[in-house]
Design a protein around this ligand. Structure first.
Ligand code: BGC
Length: 667
């Protein structure tokens, strides 16, 4: 390893060069003075490129992991850690020092083109899952880059629009997942493209200072690719590296430096952080060894898909009885392009596996007939062999209709046009359901889907998300009961787009007002009793669970919550339990529910498990704009434990008096 140098040992020219990347994927090495590091995209697999002899660039095939949304639907931090660890191995094999992931932007709007890359509408779930993901990657000896800081919650006009957000909402919703994820000490953060309250995110000093002084972030800040408008202004704000190298920006930076527009102090600070970053990454990587085979990583992807698929509706049609004959319809069951099972843009992984649900069901012993019913021409769904599909549907016991979106609909730099599926797909569902009294719909998508046109006409619905490698096996196992579904929604599925509090987001050119404030996702739907199709935190099993024996014990660090989850069925299962807090008579507005803790617990058939959480005083706080700090108001708080945001099963009341907690009542 090269000897570590100080920024003060470099010339101004060297420092100016150092704070701009070498090219798209490397830092500069200053003619061998520094080690060079390589960065590459995540988050759902490693996207590295190679340029062939013909000068053409192609993406190197890699293990595809399920979309981040599916990972979040597991509510299992261990899954996030293990995916991270597998990705570290992918990176080591390809000589990548920093994985450009994870992204923790809150899902404010269901149409955001990048929702498939993000965790949740809830900042705590997003932050905790991202923290575990970072621990997994960095524990494997590879750096991470937490992105996109911040308030990039729609892709429309992302290079220019400003997210107009009040301070309390920033703190409680949009900063919070970054703050939680920073507990895992990511080596870097990436700014976003948009402006935040008028200031470009690449020049967002207030936010960068927040990360460094209040979140313990001690890494370097990257620009998003081409997000820098004024390199000197960005450096003054504390943005350490511009990516990719941009000659024009670099020359302007040098001229601005000569003109006194960038102080030596600010330049040194950025340069030092870049030096620290490259040495930190090299040190982390020094003893890093690949610990898994590619087959083991693909198996991990399968297990995450199995835990992250969500059973949304079931009248008993699932799991499939061994005796039934099955028709699988809809070309998503056997996609002929990987684009159907992934989102588009920088996270696009060139997957190696081929998804084939009919084949997997046949392997498990089912009598299966397949008919695509419609074809996917890259943009549209086109009817094909619809009559054959109906004939099969009429003669079979159970029909499984596979529908979805894919990269042409969900992608970076643009938003989805609609929350509904393509009309051809909706028709296929309705027509098949008319022929077959046991119709199951499987949805492959990266975000919430409006199912109002058909949800009540079918007997079962599985939300499969965009599964990665082995997703077909995971789905076949879930449909046939080899595994018991255990995923729950990490975002609300509203009845329609108009119900979403940020529905008006596109109305003001250039300025996106976050006028709904704290009322994002279930915080809004639950507070105002707005009905939804499927609530946040919801998902069914083939097993059943009962909750009992809530206890609250005040301790020095907070209040310990305990409760029993009993599996009252004959099947082993895993239950996600959720803990929400509500201030009963608040002095300032507070949503009716705020998620503070969650657990995924394996409970064998007929057995019980005790679940405990520690809620700290901070979990009762709100951001006070007048105090400019987190404040816990004296008063009464309800702790609500449930199986979803709208299925609260246990309650307790806690009093807070002068910063001290007291249990008032249980039940
Ligand atoms: C994306 C980032 C990505 C970068 C490099 C940008 O367009 O917003 O998420 O890491 O490109 O590919």
């Amino acid at each position: 390893m090269k000897e570590k140098i100080k920024a003060s040992a470099l010339t101004a020219e060297e420092k100016l060069r150092l704070i701009c990347g070498q090219d798209g994927w490397h830092t500069v090495d200053l003619n061998g003075k520094l080690p060079q590091i390589t960065v590459s995209d995540g988050p759902v697999g490693l996207r590295t490129e190679r340029t062939g002899a013909d000068g053409k660039t192609e993406t190197i095939p890699a293990v595809a992991y399920p979309s981040v949304q599916v990972l979040a639907n597991t509510w299992n931090t261990e899954c996030a850690r293990e995916v991270g660890a597998c990705l570290a191995d992918d990176c080591i094999e390809r000589g990548v020092d920093i994985l450009l992931a994870p992204g923790v932007n809150v899902k404010r709007h269901p149409l955001n083109g990048r929702n498939f890359e993000y965790f949740s509408e809830d900042p705590v779930l997003a932050g905790e899952m991202a923290k575990a993901y970072i621990e997994g990657v960095q524990g494997g000896g590879v750096g991470t880059c937490l992105k996109h800081f911040c308030c990039n919650n729609l892709e429309y006009d992302r290079l220019h629009q400003t997210s107009d957000v009040d301070e309390r909402t920033l703190r409680e919703i949009y900063y919070l997942p970054f703050a939680i994820a920073c507990e895992a000490k990511p080596v870097s953060v990436m700014c976003s493209y948009n402006r935040v309250n008028g200031t470009y995110a690449s020049e967002y000093k207030k936010g960068f200072d927040y990360l460094r002084t209040q979140c313990g972030f001690d890494g370097a800040i990257f620009s998003d690719w081409d997000a820098v408008r004024d390199r000197a202004a960005a450096a003054r704000a504390g943005l350490d590296i511009e990516m990719p190298f941009n000659e024009k920006n670099y020359e302007k930076l040098c001229a601005d430096y000569r003109a006194g527009k960038l102080s030596d102090e600010a330049l040194d600070a950025c340069a030092q952080r870049v030096i620290d970053l490259v040495f930190r990454c090299k040190e982390m990587g020094e003893n890093a060894r690949v610990r898994t085979t590619e087959a083991e990583r693909a198996d991990m992807a399968r297990r995450v898909a199995a835990e992250g698929m969500v059973l949304l509706k079931n009248d008993g049609t699932l799991p499939l009885s061994p005796a039934v004959s099955v028709m699988v319809g809809g070309c998503y069951a056997k996609p002929d392009t990987p684009d159907m099972l992934r989102g588009g843009g920088s996270s696009c992984v060139q997957r190696k596996d081929r998804f084939d649900l009919p084949a997997r069901l046949a392997e498990l012993g089912w009598d299966v007939r397949y008919e695509g019913a419609f074809r996917y021409d890259g943009v549209n769904s086109v009817v094909q062999n619809a009559r054959t599909a109906l004939v099969y549907a009429a003669e079979r016991d159970v029909c499984i209709v596979c529908v979805g979106t894919g990269a042409p609909f969900e992608y970076e730099a643009g938003d989805r046009k609609t929350m509904r599926l393509h009309e051809v797909q909706e028709r296929a569902i309705l027509e098949i359901a008319e022929q077959c009294a046991h119709t199951v719909v499987v949805v492959f998508a990266g975000a919430a889907v409006d199912m109002s046109a058909w949800a009540d006409r079918v007997q079962a619905i599985v939300y499969a998300g965009f599964p990665g490698a082995g997703g077909d096996e995971a789905l076949a196992d879930l449909l046939t009961g080899v595994i018991n579904p255990s995923g729950k929604l990490s975002e609300t599925f509203p009845l329609s787009l108009e119900d979403v509090p940020a529905a008006n987001a596109y109305r003001c050119a250039g300025v996106t007002r976050y006028q709904e404030g704290l009322d994002v996702g279930y915080r809004y739907f639950d507070t105002y009793d707005v009905p939804v199709l499927f609530p946040f935190g919801y998902g069914l099993h083939y097993a059943s669970f009962a909750y009992s024996d809530l206890t609250c014990r005040v301790q020095e660090e907070g209040v310990e919550i305990g409760y029993t989850v009993e599996n009252t069925s004959a099947r082993d299962g895993k239950e996600i339990s959720e803990v929400y807090v509500r201030e009963c008579a608040p002095l300032v507005y507070r949503p009716k529910k705020e998620l503070k803790a969650f657990a995924k617990t394996a409970v064998p058939a007929g057995e019980s498990r005790r679940v405990t959480h520690l809620l700290a005083l901070r979990d009762f706080a709100h951001w006070s704009t007048s105090e400019d700090d987190w404040v816990v108001t004296d008063g009464v708080y309800e702790i609500a434990v449930g199986a979803s945001s709208s299925d609260i099963l246990l309650r307790a009341k806690i009093a807070v008096e002068g910063g001290r907690l007291r249990v008032l009542k249980i039940g």
